[in-house]
Design a protein around this ligand. Structure first.
Ligand code: ADP
Length: 270
């Protein structure tokens, strides 16, 4: 699998990514980094985990290598493999190896999606050995002090078949994320979508009610990301009701009854 198809991003940020802290996560992450401990970010999709890691990599001045994990991702996709180039076999480091060698932050997004053999390469990096075995190359890379492993994990998605093993979970410092408090989410929407406080407040009120529908069978509440989309459409001149239906209602459920309930909630605000 080529580097592109793994959707790997590697960069050192030059501009501060906007991130509004929701609690003590910045301090906790910094303390884990200083103690050379791996971190697990837990929480629903679209609630700021990726933005947080980007922000922290900027704060700590570390290169960030992000891997969006998927069901075909294997250990050698992460670590590296021999490939054929002009009739020659050459070793190509995978994204995890690149991050380790660079003393950067490796962020494995939705790690539970990846093939089971990936845990074999992650484990020795998470204990005090901090090593990455390149099995096929017969080499062991010692992680420098600056290297940090971060994974994300959405407990809501997991089934009995697809869950992180306890032996994996118990190797990470966990930082829990959830939808931001209403006043903080309002600030985020104003900043990210360029909308006024009144519109942001209405979107947050809609979100609160839609998230409460989870007790009535809605699988997952509306994410901050989708609220930002709604704000951006409104900012771009789309009528608020249309914008909300396209971002807050349709993407999160296919159930017509549930969609009707959400449309009613939207109508109470706009
Ligand atoms: P996740 O990685 O949890 O799926 P993201 O980090 O991609 O979610 O967050 C989605 C979007 O929500 C971000 O692009 C950003 O616009 C916004 N966002 C969520 N939380 C925050 C926050 N605390 N500060 C700034 N932006 C945030």
């Amino acid at each position: 699998m080529g580097v592109e198809s793994q959707r790997v991003e590697e960069y050192r940020l030059t501009k501060e990514p906007y991130y509004l802290p929701l609690g003590n996560e910045v301090e906790l992450f910094e303390a884990a980094y200083n103690a050379h401990l791996p971190v697990m970010l837990k929480g629903p999709t679209g609630c700021g985990k990726t933005r947080f890691v980007e922000h922290m990599s900027w704060r700590l001045k570390r290169t960030l290598v992000t891997v969006a994990c998927h069901e075909d991702l294997t250990a050698s996709d992460l670590v590296g493999k021999y490939t054929l180039r002009n009739d020659e076999t050459v070793w190509q480091d995978g994204p995890l190896t690149t991050a380790v060698k660079a003393g950067g932050i490796a962020y494995l997004d939705e790690v539970v999606e990846a093939r089971k053999d990936t845990t074999v390469v992650i484990h020795p990096l998470t204990d005090d050995r901090r090593i990455l075995p390149l099995e096929k190359k017969g080499e062991i890379v010692q992680a420098p002090e600056d290297f940090m492993l971060v994974i994300s994990y959405n407990p809501g998605y997991q089934s009995v078949l697809k869950d992180l093993k306890h032996s994996t979970k118990q190797r990470f410092v966990a930082i829990e994320f959830d939808y931001p408090q209403p006043d903080l989410e309002e600030t985020i929407l104003q900043q990210e979508a360029g909308i006024d406080a009144d519109t942001a407040g209405k979107l947050v009120k809609i979100a609160e009610k839609v998230r409460n529908l989870r007790t009535h069978g809605l699988e997952e509440g509306v994410s901050t990301r989708l609220l930002v989309y709604a704000g951006q459409l409104i900012h771009g001149g789309v009528d608020p009701v249309t914008a909300c239906e396209a971002t807050i209602c349709k993407p999160i459920t296919d159930d017509l009854e549930m969609q009707r309930s959400i449309v009613e909630i939207i109508a109470t605000q706009f």
